[in-house]
Ligand binder design. Sequence first.
Ligand code: ADP
Length: 334
Amino acid sequence: RIVDPAAVEGDEGRVEAALRPRRLEDFPGQPRVREQLALVLEAARRRGAPPDHILLSGPPGLGKTTLAMITAAELEAPIRVTSGPAIQHAGDLASILSSLTEGEVLFLDEIHRMSRAAEEMLYLAMEDFRVDIVVGKGPGATAIPLELPPFTVVGATTRAGLLPAPLRDRFGFTGHLDFYDTGDLEAIIRRSATLLEIEADDHGVHEIARRSRGTPRIANRLLRRVRDWAQVHGSHVVDLAAAEAALALFDVDASGLDRLDRGVLEALCRRFAGGPVGLSTLAVAVGEEPDTVETVAEPYLVREGYMIRTPRGRVATTRTWEHLGLEPPAGTGE
Ligand code: ADP
């Protein structure tokens, strides 16, 4: 199955698609990954052959899908978009692979969520450009090898560690995306404001950037909510007052932490005395899936020093207690 993000995510997906930079030179932030990717693509272009397979890893909303689209655009190649969860059976993957054209980019989002059987088929295809089509069932089934034209897989994952080593090894280049700094987010917000015809001043842009958890997707979403606020309250300008009012309304605190972040920190401190506490216990306490806590909330909390991951579980830091305005219990902390 081919997944169209716009069809899955409705309006939100359509706006996101409209805000995606199309070329590498229009993509702010991630200087390291951008430079690495530019080199890989330029070398492939000069050789006149598809580049090695590319893996992009990092938390949600940092630009993995965008970079996959950019890769195809830079190669002037068509792109096929699907995702691990959409590939239930190896047969689903076989039919996609067997219809690829030469040089096509196959974008596999959430590649760590593919079935085992599909994974095995994928690494054979990535290595040898071959897929075995199974005909028939049971003892009479036969595998007919089918040659594939050279193509490039761009895989995206929030959990590179979950990929089996044989699959990870098939990628010639892995780009690790990290959270954006405030300056890059300001550039992204200004660009989006222009595209969406939103009037925004420097203070408004800065405030949204500062409170976007280092994540362009969140920055773009908050920009639209602040725009809503400004529209309804008659000023029509995204300024500091509008940003502060709208972000308070949507539960984004002064440090940019959202409801889930604060829920996790509150549970960690109030219910488990600052830890250590295991991921699944913590997830149950906030009423979320462990995977959501681990991939959505934790990377930013850990990076900003609100939480430490230890072999015995998650532990609060001095910063956590301070942020929540609580006294750490004696003898704990970092
Ligand atoms: P991911 O696939 O990592 O979850 P996406 O590529 O879908 O993230 O990006 C989410 C949103 O953030 C998109 O609307 C995209 O336009 C925007 N975005 C991501 N990275 C950038 C960037 N460097 N510059 C501008 N917009 C970006």
